[in-house]
Design a protein around this ligand. Structure first.
Ligand code: CP
Length: 305
């Protein structure tokens, strides 16, 4: 079941049919993961390039490749790579294409993924480009929503926090917007509202959305998707300090509510740890879904699914 593109840099590349095909492959990958692994990608090499901090994305890509029988080469930290000496992203991609069969890269600059994909000779996956896109997080979020709520059409989702710089909410909005009757409630401080690149997509597609600064009036529907205020994107630290505790979801907010709580993680204080014990809390299940989703993507982009 090949995908109709070689590189994945943005969720805007995916059609509903592509997303449904990925979800179909995740069913097989979940069984493979439960059994401990397979040799489907034996002999294949993943280059895992992380020039910005990561725990989940990096480790889940690497876990996914190992579980599929492949192997991994890594580079992390700009200061430890030749990018630090001034090598261009394009030259780095040409070089890594000689070593690996597929590349996953995180980089702090928005647009870096498109530059990398424009020259990569092997499939390239964007693992997060600054405040731009994080397509594999959105795909694992779609899998999580489907598993938690049993549907994608008709989902009512509330997105909370740093909607300006949070690349995961940008990527997820474009994917959920492929499905019918999805409605968005966007909760953020005025300074961190969802950018026009996403709201203009909602407007073009006729997707219903409302914007508010009040979380408590927005806690209904199927999903509340909490996000961290992105300290690393602020030029002015005092502005970050003023906004960092804008929203804190606590267990008492969820009393009597059948709403699934998601978060791409890492969390700071925006979800109190007393939420963790509630059945609503799906954010650690979301992490496991990340391995399954990335197994599916690696296999599909390598033509082995
Ligand atoms: N969700 C996510 O991208 O986490 P990491 O930054 O740890 O990869």
């Amino acid at each position: 079941m090949p995908l109709p593109f070689k590189h994945l840099t943005s969720t805007k590349q995916l059609s509903r049919e592509d997303m449904d095909a990925i979800l179909a492959v995740t069913k097989d990958m979940e069984i493979v993961l439960e059994k401990g692994g397979t040799d489907l990608l034996e002999g294949k090499v993943l280059a895992s390039l992380f020039y910005e901090p990561s725990t989940r994305t990096r480790l889940s890509f690497e876990t996914a490749m190992h579980r599929l029988g492949g192997s991994v080469i890594t580079a992390d930290g700009l200061q430890f790579s030749s990018l630090y000496k001034g090598e261009t992203i394009e030259d780095t991609m040409m070089v890594v294409s000689q070593y690996a069969d597929i590349i996953a890269m995180r980089h702090p600059e928005q647009g870096s993924a498109d530059r990398a994909a424009s020259v990569a000779e092997v499939p390239f996956i964007n693992a997060g480009d600054g405040p731009g896109q994080h397509p594999t997080q959105a795909i694992l979020d779609m899998l999580t929503i489907f598993k938690e709520r049993g549907k994608l059409d008709g989902i009512k989702i509330t997105m909370v926090g740093d909607l300006m710089y949070g690349r995961t909410v940008h990527s997820l909005s474009f994917l959920l917007g492929l499905y019918n009757d999805v409605t968005f409630t966007l909760v953020s401080p005025e300074e961190l509202k969802m950018p026009e690149k996403v709201t203009s997509f909602f407007d073009e597609k006729g997707i219903a959305y409302t914007e508010t600064e009040n979380i408590e009036e927005a806690l209904d529907g199927d999903i509340v998707y909490m996000t961290r205020i992105q300290q690393e994107r602020f030029a002015d630290k005092s502005e970050y300090d003023r906004l960092k505790n804008s929203y804190v979801l606590e267990a008492h907010h969820l009393t009597g509510k059948d709403i699934t709580v998601m978060h791409p993680l890492p969390r700071l204080k925006e979800i109190s740890t007393d939420v963790d014990r509630l059945p609503n809390a799906a954010y650690f299940r979301e992490v496991r879904n990340g391995v399954i989703a990335r197994m599916a993507l690696l296999a599909m982009l390598l033509g082995k699914a």
